[in-house]
Design a protein around this ligand. Structure first.
Ligand SMILES: *Cc1c(COP(=O)(O)O)cnc(C)c1O
Length: 390
């Protein structure tokens, strides 16, 4: 094969983060459509129950997205203006936006360059008299150091809210991610490990907080307001506080339930691909992720490599372009939060203040990792990387 011939022709482009769709998923959505009940109802309740059991939590509240889950959790945590929430600069913008929408102030603590997760020592450095909450993100599905973060939260009386958008299957010393703090927030966006087109979930052990989030997700109306169009006759509802509109529909929940039934099988499959990449790319000049830590379960949501131009002879963006030419879709998780003008304008943040997150954000590239990637697809990805960074 000549060097410039693409590994995969354009008509076989490998889409990054393509969801794994079964006939069961389609049938479940069609059945829900035929039932005539599309809004929040019995399917959403079943999905909550199944998810709660899967992660061994007392309560689960289904909402419209992980962004909403984070936002409402922060509100339920009772934050006040000026309260500071410490989070990571290496995350999706939704994490920081949710803090801002809740009226609090985000404070960034740099990551450990090895795990790419928030560094507990950096968290300690950023604590002030205004710090009220800790919002760790289990990056790529690798759990944060929950022992150290839990100790900090306890010592400083901080509310812990976990962003588990990557971490549906993650455990740390046998305990499920999302059950360490007061609130665990999950995403069912298309590219996530359990997909429902859009959707989110909050796990929690406090029933009152669960009721509050449920109410906030539906205009602040009284409990069971979603039953107001049911066959049980009209029910009056009362608005008890000014809420939002971010409930989950039964169409999404039906899809989520089907996908959740395959969560372990899909995790196993992504683990296989993750290790295929890890073995094949170990000798490449690109930098591979470090092995999962003992006593943890990695969710294998992302496989991220680092492209150091000095070592690889190509820039990260050059690498992304070359992979696209080879018919391989890629992602970037993430340009560090302080690179974005909106936060620079608002807080005067400069990426250099969080050097590890800045470097990773400028060097990182994510390779396709989903349950529908075949061994042949993975071999193509590996060949494309080898052709790009010889
Ligand atoms: C996807 C993602 C979110 C947002 O999830 P949505 O369900 O799309 O709102 C939040 N945090 C992280 C780390 C994510 O990857």
């Amino acid at each position: 094969m000549s060097d410039d011939r693409p590994v995969r022709p354009a008509d076989r482009f490998l889409v990054f983060g393509a969801p794994e769709i079964h006939e069961d998923d389609i049938a479940a959505v069609v059945e829900t459509l035929r039932s005539g009940w599309w809004g929040t109802g019995p399917e959403a309740a079943r999905f909550e129950d199944a998810f709660r059991r899967y992660r061994d939590a007392d309560h689960a509240v289904a909402v419209g997205s992980c962004t909403a889950a984070l936002h409402l959790s922060l509100l339920a945590a009772g934050l006040e203006p000026g309260d500071e929430v410490i989070t990571t600069p290496l995350t999706f913008c939704a994490t920081v936006n949710a803090i801002l929408h809740a009226g609090a102030t985000p404070v960034l603590a740099d990551v450990d360059p090895e795990t790419m997760n928030i560094d507990p020592e950096e968290v300690r450095r950023r604590i002030t008299s205004r710090t009220r909450a800790l919002l760790p993100v289990h990056f790529a599905g690798r759990p944060c150091d929950m022992s150290a973060l839990g100790a900090i939260a306890q010592q400083h009386d901080l509310v812990m809210i976990e962003d588990c958008a990557h971490a549906i299957e993650t455990t740390y010393r046998g305990q499920a991610a999302g059950t360490f703090g007061a609130f665990g927030c999950f995403s069912f966006y298309v590219t996530k490990n359990v997909a429902a087109a859009e959707g989110g979930m909050v796990l929690l052990n406090d029933g009152d907080a669960a009721d509050r989030i449920r109410r906030l997700a539906l205009h602040g109306m009284t409990k069971d307001a979603w039953k107001r169009f049911s066959d049980e006759g009209y029910r009056h509802y009362l608005v008890q506080e000014i809420g939002f509109k971010c409930n989950m529909t039964d169409l999404q929940a039906a899809l989520g339930l089907c996908q959740l039934a395959r969560v372990e099988a899909n995790h196993r499959r992504r683990g296989e691909i993750w290790h295929l990449y890890q073995d094949a790319l170990a000798a490449s000049p690109i930098m591979c992720p470090s092995a999962p830590e003992p006593h943890t379960r990695h969710a294998y949501h992302l496989y991220t490599v680092l492209i150091d131009e000095a070592v690889c002879g190509i820039t990260r963006d050059g690498f992304l372009d070359a992979m696209t030419r080879h018919g391989i879709g890629t992602g970037v998780h993430y340009l560090s939060i302080p690179e974005h003008p909106a936060y620079q304008d608002r807080f005067g943040w400069r990426p250099e203040e969080w050097p590890h997150a800045m470097r990773i954000g400028r060097q990182t590239a994510s390779l396709p990792l989903s349950a529908c990637v075949t061994n042949d697809d993975a071999a193509d990805v590996i060949r494309a990387v080898a052709a790009t960074v010889p």
